[in-house]
Design a protein around this ligand. Structure first.
Ligand code: GUN
Length: 280
């Protein structure tokens, strides 16, 4: 079975659109999302354009603040402080990666935790690992929603997360733990990745290596979620060898059309959640 991320994301956006109509009639304002983009990274420009497009489509008041590559760190930090204090702004997102002269951690920590739609602030990271209510990073949340389309109850499942980034692997592992999965986190230094993957009921591939996960690495009936977006000569491919693995797995996400659309839908979801938390 191929998991249709486009359709599931579209359903979530429809639900949020209705939510926003209710919010508008009750509060006379709509949730606002401010996105800061620094520089000219082509992938980031596309992501930000899509974030703006889908926000507007569902009724979020979306603003993109664009800075040139050589902007001073102080200017970005001051803008974040201004947005923290703006009651029309429910959520703030600074698109990563940032140029080297800007301290990413400082930027993340300047965003007020209540407006941190990415869930990257250390307070929100801590809340997630402690099992408290928080904003959950968009891509892992999207992966969880896709998994739940296939399997409502994940309790006791053995999940193998391939990759340990702050954006994906680590929060993904925390989310799966919260679902009572047995979680193995693997990464580039893992000795025998194949022997770890083959034990998994669930594989989350978020490592950035094209077609790394092969058919004979996957247990029959496993669910495979592919977070990878790798540019190759033959186009965009995931971290999973789709042709091989789709013959073995019970369910698999395609690339594109799997996790990608869910990331944006979950960003919209988090913006609405930030609004609700500060207005209830
Ligand atoms: N760059 C790639 N993915 C993300 C994301 O989820 N959030 C932000 N802020 N930047 C990204």
């Amino acid at each position: 079975m191929i998991i249709d991320g486009k359709k599931i994301a579209s359903d979530l956006r429809e639900k949020l659109k209705k939510n926003i109509i209710e919010i508008k009639s009750k509060f006379k304002i709509v949730p606002g999302l401010s996105v800061i983009l620094v520089g000219e990274d082509p992938a980031s420009k596309i992501y930000v354009k899509n974030k703006e497009k889908f926000s507007k489509e569902i009724g979020i008041d979306s603003k993109v603040i664009r800075y040139p590559e050589n902007i001073e760190e102080k200017t970005v930090l001051n803008k974040i402080i201004e947005l923290n204090n703006d009651k029309n702004v429910s959520g703030i997102l600074v698109q990563l990666p940032l140029p080297k002269h800007i301290n990413k951690q400082k930027v993340i920590e300047t965003i007020h935790p209540s407006k941190d739609v990415d869930g990257f602030h250390p307070i929100n990271v801590g809340n997630l690992s402690s099992g408290y209510d928080t904003r959950i990073p968009c891509t892992p949340l999207g992966c969880l929603l896709l998994l739940k389309e296939i399997e409502k109850n994940l309790s006791g499942k053995h999940a193998v997360v391939v990759g340990r980034s702050n954006l994906n692997g680590k929060p993904m592992a925390q989310l799966l733990l919260r679902e009572n999965c047995t979680v193995t986190i693997t990464h580039s230094k893992t000795k025998d990745l194949k022997s770890e993957c083959i034990k998994a009921d669930i594989i989350i591939a978020a490592v950035g290596i094209p077609k790394l996960i092969k058919g004979n690495w996957v247990k029959k009936n496993a669910i495979v979620i592919d977070v990878g977006i790798n540019k190759t000569e033959s186009g965009i491919v995931g971290d999973v060898d789709f042709n091989e693995v789709s013959k073995i797995a019970k369910a698999i996400t395609p690339v594109p059309g799997g996790v990608g659309p869910m990331t944006i839908a979950c960003l919209l979801n988090n913006t609405v959640e930030c609004f609700k938390r500060t207005n209830s």
